[in-house]
Design a binder for this molecule. Structure first.
Ligand SMILES: [Zn+2]
Length: 450
């Protein structure tokens, strides 16, 4: 038996492989009948070495048994020789592919142990009390609740600008002030909280104890300070393209730039110059207009009734279960990956073995992460329904207490579309019944999950 499991046989390995020399000598002395290798790809990744080995075995009349194939080859047989050489070639190809990824993983692992020189807000660098040669990232007690508050409020659809104003008015030092960075020479005072800073915080996986490597999140060496589910909820809120707002009308009115004109498909906008606010088709023709207060009330009622219905509970519960299963799978894969890295660090498995593990684990991790993000329910929707048990009055009261941006997020997760049809009965809406039947006729909507 010749073992060099712990030394990579790959073309890119730089370590010496002592057994190779001994194997050559042994083959030359013709004491081996059959050379056993686990599989060609694991045993010999250097094509020229593999070819030399096959030739050496042929010359010394030794057969080669490949455990993975469960076959014994006689290299003096032409067909067997071809198979062996082709396998070697395939292995080398594979090796060239793997080596790139291994090198990247190694670089990433190096960084893993050494936290970045300037830590994210919420953490600071300290010497490891167990090992003074190492630096570790530790939470800063007075900053942890601020990070938590920011992510929680963003997840609850609080506008970034409102959160920034609030933090500034409470005199909470912004990250650059808290970290003692010098203000910009032209700035008038210390840097204040801004929506951009809050966005950066919400998007930084460092707060869930992870870092990004090659587009995949892997566990870091520092503790998480924010619940992972909450973190992704906040990210979903920020990722919603209809939320990126430049026009103030988009956050002030429930359906502005969300609902559309049923005639031309343009968004609705607020119509200026009237005593009572109206939505108006924002297209060139301005096809439809409708009283804003009536529509908002009607849509709010639709949403509340929908949330009070049992079926949506069931839909959401199903999603939750499915999500839990996926989360469990994700966590166990991450644990396996961590274990593989750990074993590699202790040199108990080869680089190739690590690479093969990663090839199995990491693509699935990326897949699960992608699958988990969109199914995360908006926090505001959860809050509306929590313990309401389908009670319409409870849900309605909570709905009315929500700010417009939060209500807009609820609508986005419930409705596929809301559009306004032109009126057929101009000016005939005096009684409540007349108004309601007009709204029923003119407001078209489609639900998600239906
Ligand atoms: Zn229109």
């Amino acid at each position: 038996m010749f073992r060099d499991n712990n030394i990579s046989a790959s073309r890119y390995s730089t370590k010496e492989r002592p057994d190779w020399r001994r194997l050559e000598q042994t083959l030359e002395s013709q004491v081996i009948d059959v050379l056993i290798v686990y599989e060609t790809s694991r045993a010999w990744r250097k094509m020229h070495e593999w070819t030399a080995l096959v030739e050496l075995c042929a010359f010394n009349k030794a057969r080669i048994h490949v455990t993975a194939d469960n076959r014994t080859y006689d290299p003096n047989d032409d067909r067997a020789w071809t198979t062996l050489i082709e396998d070697g070639l395939d292995s080398e190809k594979e090796s060239r592919k793997i080596s790139k990824r291994v090198r990247r993983a190694m670089d990433a692992n190096k960084q893993n142990g050494k936290p970045h020189s300037s830590p994210a807000y919420g953490y600071r660098i300290e010497l490891d009390p167990n090992d003074h040669t190492k630096k570790i990232r530790v939470p800063v007690p007075e900053q942890v609740p601020i990070v938590g508050e920011v992510i929680e409020r963003v997840a609850s659809s609080d506008p970034l600008i409102a959160i920034a104003k609030d933090l500034n008015s409470r005199g909470i030092p912004s990250p650059s002030v808290a970290q003692g960075l010098k203000p910009h020479p032209r700035s008038k005072g210390p840097a204040l909280w801004s929506p951009a800073m809050l966005r950066r915080i919400c998007k930084n996986p460092v707060y869930i104890g992870k870092r990004e490597a090659d587009g995949i999140l892997v566990n870091g060496t520092w503790p998480a300070i924010v619940d992972e589910e909450l973190f992704w909820k906040a990210n979903n809120v920020l990722a919603d393209p209809s939320r990126k707002t430049t026009k103030p009308g988009r956050v002030k009115y429930l359906l502005a730039f969300h609902g559309t004109c049923d005639v031309c498909g343009s968004y609705l906008a607020r119509m200026g110059g009237r005593e009572v606010n109206r939505y108006r088709c924002n297209g060139p023709k301005g096809c439809v207009t409708i009283r804003m207060d009536w529509v908002d009330l009607f849509i709010g009622e639709l949403a509340c009734h929908r949330l009070a219905k049992k079926d949506i509970y069931e839909i959401l519960a199903k999603n939750d279960d499915n999500q839990k299963n996926l989360t469990t799978e994700l966590e166990s894969l991450r644990a396996e990956h961590k274990e593989a890295l750990h074993l590699r660090a202790k040199k108990k498995i080869s680089l190739i073995a690590l690479s093969q593990e990663e090839e199995r684990i990491l693509p699935r991790v990326a897949e699960l992460e992608a699958a988990l993000r969109p199914v995360t329910l908006p926090k505001v929707l959860e809050d509306l329904m929590r313990d309401a048990k389908g009670d319409l009055a409870t849900i309605r009261a909570r709905w009315k207490a929500l700010a417009i941006p939060a209500q807009r997020d609820v609508l986005r997760s419930l409705f596929k579309s809301i559009s306004i049809r032109p009126t057929k009965t101009m000016g005939q809406h005096k009684t409540e019944a007349q108004i309601e039947s007009m709204l029923r006729e003119r407001i078209a909507h489609e639900w998600h999950n239906e």
